[in-house]
Design a protein around this ligand. Structure first.
Ligand code: DX5
Ligand code: ZN
Length: 217
């Protein structure tokens, strides 16, 4: 079954407990937590303190997406804050292989994210060390951006690589995902769909999440 990972970037933090409860009750498997540093991406969100506080609100799998420079300096803190899956950008470090091994040694699932400019072929020598390949279907930094269609072919390429070399690795897609493209992404081989605006921007997030779940069932 496809994993649905609502992104809290689009949630209302004045009512965050209700927002989390709402997607949890609607059957979301992950909470996707976008960490931005204002350097790797032109936006700033939150760090380990906030994630640690959110941890008290939900037993869902915390899926951290680090859009930060020097991710190696911070992964221990995010693990301690309660992140179950930690995904960093391949473009943010020359030592991705070492960092993947380190994240696993902390007891978390290790992932690599690819910006739209980065080909799937860049994973050739590290795919066995990955628990997640996150295909970005927008340029990271903001929710509510337009889906870049090339991502569908990248999901297919990632699927082929993963099936051949590391079948338990998840393929996650992030950016501009919603009712319009969810089916096509699942057909292309996506295991997990990140959704920000599509879910939290809807008048009734729980209803929209269930509707999308039905579309891809
Ligand atoms: C964008 C983030 C996404 C974002 C997705 O840089 O990585 O997780 O929240 O939001 P939507 O689904 O609105 O594109
Ligand atoms: Zn994300």
């Amino acid at each position: 079954m496809t994993i649905i990972a609502p992104s809290l970037l689009s949630a209302d933090f004045a009512h965050i407990a209700e927002q989390i409860a709402c997607v949890q009750d609607a059957g979301a498997e992950y909470l996707h937590l976008d960490v931005m540093d204002g350097r790797f991406v032109p936006n700033i969100t939150w760090g380990p303190k906030i994630i640690g506080d959110l941890r008290k609100l939900s037993p869902l799998i915390f899926d951290a997406h680090l859009m930060i420079e020097e991710p190696d300096r911070y992964v221990n803190d995010f693990r301690e804050a309660g992140c179950d899956r930690i995904t960093f950008h391949l473009e943010a470090t020359p030592h991705a292989q070492r960092l993947l091994v380190h994240i696993r040694s902390l007891g978390a699932k290790a992932g690599v994210a690819l910006c739209p400019q980065t080909p799937v072929a860049m994973l050739q020598d590290i795919i066995e060390d990955c628990d997640t390949v996150l295909v970005m279907s927008v340029n990271p930094g903001f929710s509510g951006q337009k889906f870049i269609p090339r991502a569908i072919e990248k999901v297919r390429e990632a699927r082929a690589l993963v099936d051949r070399r590391n079948p338990t690795c998840l393929i996650e897609v992030d950016g501009g995902v919603g009712a319009e493209n969810a089916r096509e992404l699942v057909a292309a081989g996506a295991d997990a769909l990140v959704m920000g605006a599509a879910v939290f921007g809807a008048a009734d997030p729980a209803k929209e999440l269930r509707r999308i779940r039905a579309l891809i069932a």
